[in-house]
Design a protein around this ligand. Sequence first.
Ligand code: XMP
Ligand code: MG
Length: 183
Amino acid sequence: MESSEISRDLTTVLVTEEQIQEKLVELAARIDADYVGKDLLLVGVLKGAVMVMADLSRALTSHVSIDWMAVSSYGAGTKSSGVVQIRKDLDSDLTDRHVLIVEDIIDSGLTLSWLLENFASRGAASIEVCALLRKPEAAKVEIDCKYVGFDIPTDFVVGYGLDFNERYRNLRDVAVLAPHVYA
Ligand code: XMP
Ligand code: MG
């Protein structure tokens, strides 16, 4: 898969490129069916969700709009601070819109629970969540996520949009980051 320089930083490949693409096609078919006759607004959470958004949106067959939000709940470490800050707000007005939040990963759930509350206060007609990955054992708050790709262990993972200190986002697979990288 990756160059040997990068693969030294990884322990295990958790989800391969092929598994991701297959799963996104499956999720897209469900989303297409669930939103028939509705105008859907996909909201990607930067930067991690860029790859998921690119592949999920192209697997959909209906009309969608795409918008982006940048929030930060993470510093340079690997643990959620729970403090969410808007770095870039949406361009769209959410009033009466059907919104699907597209996320790379749900870890503690703190970022999403904050986002869900924030979006609800803007008058959206409906708000659902699609996350490629979820770490069930790391949950600090319960998130009602309608479309989940894969449940994974609590290890810190990188690739397919997910980073550690802005690196590894360009890996095609999702892999566990070797502890020596962040220890
Ligand atoms: P919470 O804990 O609020 O985290 O659900 C949400 C955001 O934290 C990032 N995150 C990760 N990024 N590998 C990463 O590269 C991980 O294992 C990981 N866990 C959480 C991610 O941006 C997510 O949206
Ligand atoms: Mg993210």
